[in-house]
Design a binder for this molecule. Structure first.
Ligand SMILES: [Zn+2]
Length: 338
């Protein structure tokens, strides 16, 4: 069917752009990462050109005629508005002043002369998780995704569409306050988040939360632990490997993260009562035994009413490194006129 349309998804990250192609039948034409340099540190002009090169590259890899592309989905790390204007205060991935308040969606649309649909990376991954799980039934279901990375990202999907909010800041799950009673040990300090809050979900369930809050405490409880010899940032990344080997300190840290996610999902249950709760992040890349242990812990700490427990599912976000590009492509497809 060479004449049917496609949409392209572009996932913009700190070092790479990852691209995918979604066809009219709903199939992704690449099943691996198709990455090119994102060049975001060289400023908006160079970075927009790099996105155009990423699009050209994935069309070449898939042998798709550029004339078949009807729309492009773009996702970037936030904070940014619902329509793709980078925060006026800048963002971790977009530090230079040229980026502050830059409308990356419109800039790419003008460069490509194609409609561009924007989502932040957490929302794009949440949208992909939702569609991958529910398939043809996606528009009859809702979900909440929590994705543990440097921060805690994710999103809220209602009837198959991302909830963006008035300012584009809906689904910032990381900065929702959660109860700490029974999560923290008696002597454990209140965890602080980079956003200025303390005791929010990201202050526990993120790599930053491990480095700044969880590890410093747990290293005092497990004296002589080898992670004490590493820098906090490196140690935080190593915790996962220790957890897979059932290291007691690492399991304490992941248990606290799972409780935090369960408490976050309990709040979600009372807000939108979703059909599914998705967990993503590094934990998805661990072995099946640890992965299931972690998901079970999250489920155990998500307090649902009986009716909700019967209706709800818990699952891991699939294909994590491709989820952003794929979600961006789905978002582009879903705004095409029928
Ligand atoms: Zn926060």
């Amino acid at each position: 069917m060479p004449d049917t349309w496609v949409v392209v998804g572009l996932d913009n990250g700190g070092t790479s752009n990852n691209a995918t192609v979604l066809d009219a039948e709903g199939s992704f034409l690449v099943d691996r990462l198709v990455e090119t340099p994102s060049r975001v540190l060289e400023g908006p002009e160079v970075a927009v050109e790099a996105l155009a090169a990423s699009l050209a590259g994935v069309l070449e890899v898939t042998g798709v005629d550029p004339a078949r592309v009807r729309a492009v989905g773009l996702d970037t790390p936030g904070p940014a508005s619902a329509t793709g204007v980078i925060s006026s205060k800048g963002a971790t991935n977009f530090p230079q002043p040229e980026w502050w308040g830059f409308d990356i969606r419109t800039a790419l649309e003008e460069r490509l002369r194609l409609p561009v649909v924007y989502n932040n990376d957490g929302n794009a991954a949440a949208l992909y998780a939702h569609h991958a799980h529910f398939g043809a039934d996606a528009f009859r279901h809702s979900s909440v995704s929590a994705i543990v990375g440097t921060g805690l990202g994710g999103g809220v999907v209602e009837a198959g569409k991302v909830v963006k909010g008035a300012a584009g800041m809906a689904g910032e799950l990381g900065h929702v306050h959660i109860p700490m009673h029974g999560l923290l040990e008696d002597a454990q300090p209140m965890p602080a988040c980079n956003c200025g809050f303390s005791a929010d979900a990201e202050s526990v369930a993120s790599l930053t939360g491990i480095a700044n809050n969880l590890l410093p405490y747990w290293l005092t409880r497990f004296e002589g632990h080898p992670l004490a010899d590493e820098t906090p940032g490196k140690a935080a990344k190593l915790v996962r490997g220790y957890a897979e080997k059932e290291d007691p300190l690492a399991l304490k840290i992941f248990e606290q993260q799972a409780i935090a996610l369960g408490r976050l999902f309990t709040i979600a249950a009372n807000f939108t009562d979703p059909s599914a709760y998705f967990v993503g992040g590094g934990v998805v890349e661990t072995g099946p035994k640890f992965r299931e242990w972690f998901l079970d812990k999250v489920r155990e700490h998500t307090v649902l009413r009986d009716e909700q427990a019967r209706a709800a599912r818990f699952a891991l976000v699939p294909d994590l490194d491709m989820a952003g590009a794929r979600g961006a492509a789905i978002a582009a497809r879903d705004v095409l006129p029928a």
